[in-house]
Design a protein around this ligand. Sequence first.
Ligand code: PHE
Ligand code: CO
Length: 285
Amino acid sequence: MTGETTHNLRGDYSRMRPDYTVDQDWPAYTPQEHALWRRLYERQAALVPKYACREFIASLSALDFGAAIPRFDAVNPRLAAATRWQVVAVPGLLPDAVFFEHLANRRFPVTVWLRTPEEFDYIVEPDVFHDFFGHVPLLFDPVFADYLQAYGRGGLKADALGAIEMLSRLYWYTVEFGLIETSEGLKTYGAGILSSGGELPHCVESDEPNRIGFDLLRIMRTAYKIDSFQETYFAIRDFRELFEATAPDFTPHYAKLAGLESHAAGEVLSSNRVLHRGGNRQRPA
Ligand code: PHE
Ligand code: CO
């Protein structure tokens, strides 16, 4: 999801170009894989109207890619026209610097392989369903699209400053697991939630997790869980808030945070704008 882990990778990295891109090789997908895609899509599309932010809902229905694994080449002209972004095919997770370089140039890396039917409910590594269904629709939103590019540029800088761990937390708690406060209640724009059958209702309805107002430094100081539902979600008010809060130079933030201990994933602080205080009971994802 974030490109921060590069061990035990599942994809075929033997045929990639120097920038880690590959051909999607769409004709190689099997009828069984297209059928699995349809099942995954149907489950998520049924949940989206209730739990996703309106930007995601609008984009998903306009794109209408539920019938088969989409051809990246088919979405790219539409994406180019909307926000000048492109989808590029990759074998799987990427080294940090490669991932940041793509984002900084408005290219979103999408994994080519699809999970197995046994992984219908849960998968740790991002596959084409997570990457495409979860991430691509929001690339059509102009403000979110600019945020993601700024994040990529910020990543290249964080790499040089030894601050990737702090910056990765921001990606995790926004791009992957972010919530958004709307006049219709809390919704989500996080791809890790949007592509998950269980976490989509859980993130806004469950009593277990904390839900806290977006706070940049607090997020960059907070650890996260990669193999269970999140213990804390952070909510923005809109993409403009996210873009503006992250626009200033992070160099002083990194310097300040470097000497401080991290907060645990489930911690609530007195300084937090608490929307919901969770019970933090552990449960498997
Ligand atoms: N403003 C950040 C920096 O100076 C870059 C950034 C923008 C990081 C948006 C994340 C998201 O490092
Ligand atoms: Co992701």
